[in-house]
Design a protein. Structure first.
Length: 524
């Protein structure tokens, strides 16, 4: 992929669309409301990545051809992904078969329709196993037969007349070829297909969608459950209750830990997407540095990042933007972004795009007036140095605890010998060395992605947030610098390294002209 310029409108976007249009996906609608189940023949060639549309023959301009009924419109973007071959989805499902055992099935519920005119975004677990972005879909993984079945709604001509074509059960042959599933059935068939199941796995953790992470969803779930005027069960709980009523003698188990462990280690194709997301994250943050000036609102810097994201093929942000200035920095997940930038403040920005259902993570801090104060240089400079030490120590086969101890061995003498301007700074720096969560969380389809690595040796393919942080509670000072990194076979790759890190580099970038220099004052 060609390099993308940092400024100005690129000649072409990083991605033409959120998902490349899947050509020749949709078949003509059938007259039956519920077609019979489709099962892929073993003689059907699998199309691993792209569906090729043959060049249509030019029609005669005769009177007869002009009376021919129009064919069904072709598919548009967002119907089916082209980033992963069917073989990769099959491999993921094979891991699930192995984990649940030969006598069990796993069933996943896809994202329902939102009821709003927004771009549909499938639940992450569901997308991970089949790549399908259609509302009200279900997926059955049968460990007994080592086969997978998709269950989809039938075509809705009235809805498609309004919003355009979508994939439906009538498109079964193409769906089998694209996703590698063995069968595609209409929704009502799921009930009968589950009848003989003795052990059923289904996810119990809340399903992540657009802008969502499991930790925030779990917090929302707890709030609803504790609300005396609500208390309604989660979608996952309701789905399992429905299954238990259908299968009263079945045993039910949680599929979430199995999927979490699979999603933790990224494939080469996933890392390729995240590499682009990291590059675009760095471009957006760098442009936000250039555009920073006194009098702007925090949300205007978020708008600069959004412009960079969408101009280059992302669907938007991968999570809610954090653009905190002044006292707002003390709240790590500040989100209102409605304060005015003051020349004496500095800014913390944490924002990354959603690129084909994958995101990144970053944290940079810079002064509104373009020059760090002495105390900002003292603390932020230390965190940058510690960040670089941690980065140099990340490698496969070692635990996070080992990395922290090695970093302590390198940095403690430096911290103790530094002539800190305040005793509180020295104490905070020493506390940084003993904090055990600087390799903060996995990153992937969600910014706070699923999986656990803190107590296990790091594996190649784990993508995580390297986010050393410093706190001084009495002075409400919070300092951090964050990058998204991937553990490789020999070490580590920094996916967001293109964003300026060194303090002098940040100040140099801030002297450059940003895109807001050409922004007209429309409200003046």
């Amino acid at each position: 992929m060609s390099a993308l310029p940092y400024r100005g409108a690129p000649s072409q976007p990083l991605f033409g669309r959120h998902h490349t249009a899947c050509q020749r996906v949709l078949l003509a609608s059938r007259a039956r409301t519920c077609p019979p189940p489709y099962r892929e023949s073993s003689r059907t060639p699998m199309m691993d990545r792209h569906v090729v549309r043959q060049r249509p023959r030019r029609r005669s301009r005769s009177r007869e051809s002009s009376m021919t009924a129009p064919t069904a419109p072709s598919a548009t973007a967002s119907h089916y992904q082209t980033d992963f071959p069917a073989s990769e989805f099959r491999e993921r499902r094979n891991h699930v078969y192995e984990a649940i055992g030969p006598d069990a099935v796993a069933v996943l519920r896809g994202m329902p329709a939102s009821g709003a005119f927004d771009l549909f975004r499938q639940h992450n677990d569901f997308y991970y196993l089949c790549g399908l972005e259609v509302p009200h879909a279900y997926l059955l993984l049968d460990g007994r037969k080592q086969e997978s079945t998709l269950y989809l709604p039938s075509r809705d001509p009235h809805h498609e007349r309004s919003e355009g074509r979508t994939l439906a059960v009538e498109d079964a042959p193409e769906l089998c070829r694209l996703s590698g599933v063995e069968q595609v059935h209409a929704l009502p068939a799921l009930e009968s297909d589950l009848q003989a199941s003795a052990t059923v796995f289904t996810p119990r953790s809340p399903a992540e969608g657009y802008l969502a992470c499991r930790d925030t969803l779990e917090h929302a779930r707890r709030m609803i459950e504790s609300d005396p005027w609500d208390g309604s069960p989660s979608l996952e709980t309701r789905f399992q209750e429905r299954l238990a009523k259908l299968l009263p003698s079945a045993n039910f188990s949680d599929l979430s830990p199995i999927l979490d462990s699979l999603r933790l280690v990224k494939s080469a194709a996933e890392i390729a997407i995240m590499r682009v997301a990291g590059r675009l994250t760095a471009i957006a943050v760098t442009e936000s540095m250039r555009c920073t000036r006194e009098g702007l609102y925090e949300y205007q810097l978020a708008a600069v990042a959004d412009y960079c994201f969408r101009l280059n093929g992302a669907r938007g942000g991968g999570y809610r933007p954090i653009v905190a200035s002044g006292d707002n920095i003390w709240n790590p997940h500040y989100f209102r972004n409605d304060a005015t930038l003051d020349s004496s403040d500095w800014v913390l920005m944490d924002y990354a795009p959603d690129v084909r259902n994958y995101t990144s993570d970053i944290g940079r801090m810079w002064p509104v007036n373009g020059r760090y104060t002495p105390w900002q240089r003292e603390l932020y400079g230390f965190i940058v140095d510690y960040h670089k030490v941690l980065l140099s120590l990340i490698r496969p086969g070692v635990t996070a605890a080992t990395i922290y101890q090695e970093a302590d061995d390198q940095m403690r003498h430096h911290v103790e010998q530094t002539a800190w301007s305040r005793s509180s700074f020295r104490k905070a720096a020493l506390d940084v060395l003993t904090y055990n969560r600087h390799l903060t969380h996995p990153v992937g389809m969600a910014v706070h992605d699923v999986g656990h690595y803190h107590d296990e040796p790091l594996l190649p393919g784990i993508v995580l947030a390297l986010d050393p942080q410093l706190w001084i509670p009495d002075e409400q000072i919070y300092v951090r610098v964050e990058d998204t990194v991937v553990v490789t076979e020999t070490g580590v790759e920094n996916l967001t390294a293109a964003a300026p890190l060194e303090l002098d580099d940040v100040e140099r970038v801030m002297r450059e002209t940003g895109l807001l220099a050409a922004r007209p004052d429309l409200l003046q």
